[in-house]
Design a protein around this ligand. Sequence first.
Ligand SMILES: [Zn+2]
Length: 512
Amino acid sequence: MGSEFKVVRGGRLLDVSTRSAIHRDLLIEEGKIIEIDLPGMSVPDGAAEVNAKGMMLMPGLINAHTHGHGSLGKGLGDRWTLEHLLHAGPWINGHRTLEDKRLSTKLNAAEMVLKGCTATYDLYFEFPAPTLEGMHAVAMGYADVGVRSTIAPMMADHTLYTAIPELLAVFPDSAQKQLSQIRAAPAREILKACAALLIDWPYDLRRTKLALAPTIPLHCSDEFLIGCRDLALEYEVGLHMHLSESRIQAVSGLERYGKTLTAYLDDVGMLSPRFTGAHCVWLDDDDVKRLADNGCSVAHNPGSNLRLGNGIAPARRMLADGVNVGIGTDGSQCADHQNMFEAMRLASFVSRVVTPDTEGWLETAEVIAMATRGSAEALGFGSSIGRLEPGARADIVFLDLTNINFVPLNDPVNQIVHTEDSSAVHSVMVDGDFILENRQFTTIDYEKLCRDAESASERLLAANAETRAFAESLDTYVSKFCVGLAHRPYHIHRWAGEQPAVRSVEESSLKQ
Ligand SMILES: [Zn+2]
């Protein structure tokens, strides 16, 4: 047994508040940072030395919203709305074995680590209901690589077609028949599976937490939502939902509930500090206030929102009102990657197109705080991660300062958000142990992972070919439906008088 002490010497520690990278040594005891001081600080005898010369040390980025099942689906879609993506779900995710579930999660985790991310909130989808073995495969996929995770089975007791019957109605009769036969498990059965998971979750909660994800309000009955709410309360776990992601959802929600989706969730008692809403694009001022008043978190996924044409979430407004906001990539089936540096850059950029007033734009320092501390809070890890300070876990990304992205080093905060593309990620530590060292994994055989992923993907695409052909034959109907519904009025009252650009964007999208 070696010493439980480790000292990281010679590196430059990112200091967001002063926008600098200052020379500091870090002392780590059993995976926790216990002291940070000037170079050459004295440390206990036998402390193992880590040389960080030429490196900038920053907290591991935290991905507030992903889907482990999505990693095998990167690059499969192009001009897809969210509804196209959901419609494609059966062929993207079908025929997965337990080993495939572990593999796709592992692939997701590996990409995150290569791109400087050390923890994630994963909404993993199993159909018609989550299984014990499936969620354990997901937990093990993250553990294999060494990524911290909060794993939430993604569930619904309705399918896309029963959730939005108007969509089903646009398909030819034969297709309607076939699609209406797809059935999610009944609420009671899914809740039973959740309870079984919660009662006996064998993992170290400092590394692998469990949460519940009733995926989309419209896809969940009241009975199911309330059941999830009560279980989350009883077992003190998080709740994560896709909230007002697409305009279709916002319009359909208004028609179904007679109020916004957020107002509806508030009425059902879903909103609380354990709640994370993903996307939150189509919120009005009252919705943002509801989330703030209930101490909720939001996972802001600007890349996915752009890719699926969903729009831009009011992140500045949320922060101003006191909502905790983290940043996520979303799954690779709709983000096409797990690059948190790009997610940060997009968060910064999209905040700039909604208003000409620079006061309304996100500052790069805020963006880093969202992708670290904000996400940590959403995942349920509080202040134990997302910061490099005494008392925090030693989840550290070592950025190579000789990488061209940091030459010259003018402002590390701006450069991390606006320049870095993950190519400077040299090494990554979780709990003080390297999981990536000099761009090589210490935890997994990366070449084997690639081979396994290629062969699984080939096998699964063949197994799902018929389902795919059927779904794709109906894509034009989905498109027509989406365009039709997008023309229905959905007036949201946001930033009255303050941010005219937002309003004109919304108005022009109505006219098209
Ligand atoms: Zn998602």
